[in-house]
Structures are given as structure tokens and as C-alpha cells.
Ligand binder design. Structure first.
Ligand code: HEC
Length: 396
């Protein structure tokens, strides 16, 4: 029953996280698109910087952007901030529900680093807070007038973080935490910098004085960072579906490459309306994806992990099932005996030879290539057994 309630809590919070995340990133994409597509050609109405016509869902819309602001504060004025805050709050709740409630299974992988679960939770929390502090200090330093150096240093922090976490936590937890750290920075940017800058604009309007340009300038820098961070953060959020990335022996480097591709694609969409000079980015990004696909191929992963050549004698079907029953079926059965599991994970049952054979490729991939199973190696699978599974697989 407890496991069932846990599963539904996960479902509910995940659903909410997904919905508010779409609302946040969707609004952010939309305003970015507006900014890039405004018709700024003169003549414009007085005080208007640009305007745009659109048709959507059964109506024509005419939007105007003011050069500074309207004469008096309109009411209601829509702010777009709760989408960001609720995305963070639900995201942190999910971190607790999925990763902290079952830290030994999800956060820790003893073959990476045998961390006590409570220490892993501290690493998790620290990764979020330290990332924000490092990023914020960098943005407040003199470097803020050198955007290229600033960008390079921020990126280097994430490379370092990805490397560190991939040596401390399980692969999937490392990926989620790099994403959660980026997400934390993005939301903190909204909360601590962008919204205060907008409040200054409103105050200036009410007091009929010119806007202090400094908060807006900072707000713009942070919004720009948020814009470039969206595609990498979205990948990390779906990454748990892709064990060939987070289960790779060089998983941190795979993540860095995918993040670079995401940033490049975002850049293309930011500048494509300005010139055609950047059209090479999309094919280059595609080639990059093919490159990462090659890097994560099973053969290459096995070679990089320098798994010893298979020296195990071929085992019988019965011996295979002894291993699977001992190491997998505690979770992968209709009624798992492993505490905390209400039903077979991902609906995958491995309690008969037939079911194992139906899922042969998946079993081989997760136990021999990426070694992400058994989850957190909770059932203590031995390297020798992984090689025996390999021998059985190759001899089929
Ligand atoms: C402690 C529980 C546990 C044990 C033991 C375990 N698994 Fe899993 N397994 C999971 C969970 C949880 C998932 C779902 C992960 C996710 O969120 O994607 C999973 C997912 C999988 C998947 C991916 C299924 C899919 O459709 O994508 C495969 C394959 C798999 N496990 C194979 C194995 C094998 C083989 C073993 C034994 C060597 C094993 N597992 C042992 C918990 C376990």
C-alpha cells in the first residue's frame, strides 16, 4: 500500500511539474519569438517600439511593444512568474519523492562511489545551492561586461559539476542533478533578478521618473542566459529514458556534448531572423547528434569501459534464470518483493525464461553495456555474473 501511495504521489507531482514547466518554457519561448518578430519599421504609433499581428484559435491579435512604458499602470498587468516558481517547487518535490525517499536505489550507485544515502542527499542539495552561488557571483563580478568570458566560465562550471556528480552519484541522478542545478539557476534568475527589475520599471512608472537602467540590464543578461539554458535543461529532464547516455562510462562528457548541441540550436533560433549566416548550425547540430549516437553505441561503450574479453564459459538457460531470479526478479515481477516497489518497473517482468528472451536486447543493454541494472545494484550483482549474461547472450 505504501509503495502504491508513493507511486501516485510521484504521478501527481510529476504531472504538475510537467504542466507548469510547459507553461513556463512555453511563455518564455513565446515572448522570445515576439521580440524577434516584432515589426519595428516606422511609422509606429507614438511611444511604440514595434507591433505584431497574429491569428490563433479563432481570432486576430494585435500586440504592441512600448519603447519605455505606458503613461499609467494598466490593470490587470500580467506578470508570468508563478509558472517558474511552481516548476521549481514541484521539481524539488519530485527530487525528494523519487530520489530522497529511495536514495540507496536511485541516488547512489556503489560501483560509482559507495556513498551513504544521507551523504548523497547532501551532495544533491549542495549541487543546487552551490551552483546558484557560483553562477550569481560570476554574473555580479566585473566579468558581466565580458559576456564571452562569462559564458565560458558558466559553461565550465557545468562541465565541472557534471564530472563531479558523475563520480559521486548514480548516472541517472548525476544527469537529473545537473538539470536541477540549471533549473534552480533559471528560477533564481527570475526570482532574484528579473522580477525585481520589472518591479523597478513599475515603480518608476508610478513615480513618473526615468527607469534606473541597471536592474533592467542585469535582468536582460539573466533572461538571455535562461534562454540558452532551456534546451539543455529539457534534455536532462527526459534523460532517464535514455540509459545509453547516463549509463555511458563517459556519461558526463556525453551530457556536455548534448548540452553544447542544445545551446547551438537555441542560438540558431535566436539569430536566424537576423541573417542567413548561421544556417550551418542545424546541419552541424544534426551531425553532432549522429556523432554522439556513435559514441554511445554498445560496442564503443564496451570498449571504453574496457570490459575484459569474455572469458566466462557459456551458461545454460537454467543458470541464467538463477542469476535473473536472484538479481532482477525482486523488482521485475508482477508483485515485487523489493520494499518500495508496487509493480514491475516500466511493466517489465523478468520472472520466466520466456519473458527474459522477449526482452533480450534490453536485458543485455542494461546489465552488460550500461550496467544501470540492477537499480543501484541493490541486489548485489557481481561482475562475473554480468560476463556470464554476456556469454549467454553472444552464444544464443
Ligand atoms: C531494485 C529494483 C530493481 C532491480 C533489482 C532491477 N531493476 Fe530493472 N528497473 C528498475 C526500475 C525502477 C526501472 C525503471 C527505471 C526508469 O525509471 O526508467 C527499471 C528498468 C529496467 C529496464 C528498462 C525497461 C524499459 O522498458 O525501458 C530493464 C531492461 C531492466 N530494468 C532490467 C533489469 C535487469 C536485467 C535486472 C537484473 C539484472 C534488473 N533490471 C534489476 C528496478 C530494478
Amino acid at each position: 500500500m505504501e509503495a502504491h501511495i508513493h507511486e501516485w504521489l510521484n504521478l501527481l507531482v510529476r504531472w504538475i511539474h510537467f504542466i507548469v514547466g510547459i507553461a513556463w518554457i512555453g511563455a518564455s519561448f513565446y515572448f522570445n519569438w515576439l521580440e524577434n518578430n516584432l515589426d519595428r519599421k516606422p511609422p509606429q504609433d507614438t511611444g511604440i517600439a514595434g507591433n505584431l499581428w497574429a491569428i490563433h484559435g479563432g481570432g486576430f491579435y494585435h500586440l504592441k511593444k512600448f519603447s519605455t512604458g505606458p503613461d499609467k499602470l494598466p490593470s490587470p498587468l500580467h506578470w508570468f512568474k508563478w509558472e517558474a516558481y511552481t516548476t521549481w517547487l514541484s521539481g524539488v518535490s519530485l527530487l525528494v519523492i523519487v530520489y530522497y525517499f529511495n536514495a540507496r536505489a536511485y541516488l547512489v550507485d556503489p560501483s560509482v562511489f559507495d556513498l551513504a544515502p544521507w551523504l548523497a542527499i547532501i551532495v544533491s542539495l549542495a549541487s543546487l545551492f552551490v551552483s546558484w552561488i557560483v553562477y550569481d557571483l560570476l554574473c555580479r563580478s566585473a566579468l558581466r561586461d565580458k559576456p564571452e568570458t562569462l559564458t565560458a566560465l558558466i559553461f565550465s562550471w557545468f562541465v565541472l559539476l557534471a564530472w563531479l556528480l558523475s563520480h559521486l552519484l548514480s548516472g541517472r541522478a548525476a544527469y537529473i542533478h545537473v538539470g536541477a542545478a540549471i533549473g534552480t539557476i533559471m528560477v533564481a534568475n527570475v526570482f532574484f533578478v528579473i522580477i525585481p527589475a520589472q518591479k523597478e520599471m513599475v515603480r518608476a512608472l508610478l513615480e513618473k521618473r526615468p527607469v534606473d537602467p541597471s536592474p533592467s540590464k542585469n535582468g536582460l543578461l539573466r533572461s538571455r542566459h535562461n534562454n540558452y539554458l532551456t534546451l539543455p535543461v529539457l534534455f536532462t529532464m527526459i534523460s532517464t529514458h535514455f540509459p545509453s547516455t547516463y549509463g555511458h562510462p563517459w556519461n558526463w562528457a556525453v551530457l556536455v556534448l548534448l548540452a553544447l548541441i542544445g545551446v547551438a540550436v537555441r542560438h540558431y533560433f535566436n539569430v536566424r531572423h537576423l541573417s542567413k549566416a548561421m544556417h550551418w548550425i542545424l546541419p552541424a547540430a544534426f551531425a553532432g547528434m549522429v556523432g554522439v549516437m556513435w559514441l554511445t553505441s554498445p560496442q564503443l561503450q564496451l570498449r571504453i569501459a574496457s570490459s575484459p574479453d569474455n572469458e566466462q564459459p557459456v551458461i545454460s538457460d537454467q543458470q541464467l534464470m538463477t542469476i535473473v531470479n536472484q538479481r532482477c526478479a525482486a523488482c521485475h515481477a508482477a508483485n515485487p518483493s523489493q520494499p518500495g516497489f508496487a509493480s514491475a518497473p516500466n511493466g517489465l517482468e523478468l520472472d520466466t525464461l520466456e519473458k527474459v528472451q522477449t526482452n533480450l536486447e534490453k536485458v543485455y543493454q542494461t546489465t552488460v553495456v550500461t550496467k544501470i541494472m540492477p537499480l543501484g545494484n541493490l541486489t548485489g550483482m557481481l561482475d562475473q555474473e554480468r560476463q556470464q549474461v554476456m556469454a549467454w547472450y553472444l552464444a544464443r
